[in-house]
Write a protein of this length. Structure first.
Length: 103
């Protein structure tokens, strides 16, 4: 990242937003420290990106992921859900809100 533009997430306010979204609770006085640590990490990754590709060791392509045949099978979906659900409401399983209502 060039020095003229600072990443908005590498500030205390940005770290506070990330922590809120991740539901991480911490001491607000630590936000500036966390931002500085994140900035060092991002800076290190950016320096690694500066290494010319021809200087890197070759990497073998990954092995393909084994796949199972996609065949339907009989199951007990609703009954299994009912057994595993902590609570149900109107035949459905309520789940916690995962989207930030302030975003």
């Amino acid at each position: 990242m060039d020095g003229s533009r600072k990443n908005p997430f590498l500030t205390a306010e940005g770290v506070a937003k990330i922590a809120r979204l991740a539901r991480i609770q911490g001491d607000p006085s630590d936000l500036a420290l966390w931002a500085a640590q994140m900035e060092r990490i991002v800076g290190h990754v950016e320096r690694i990106n500066e290494i010319p590709e021809d200087e890197l060791a070759p990497v073998d392509p990954p092995l393909p992921t084994p796949q199972r045949p996609d065949e339907p099978c009989a199951g007990s979906g609703r009954e299994e859900l009912a057994r595993n659900a902590g609570k149900r409401s109107h035949g459905h399983v309520p789940v916690p809100l995962v989207v930030d209502p302030q975003a």
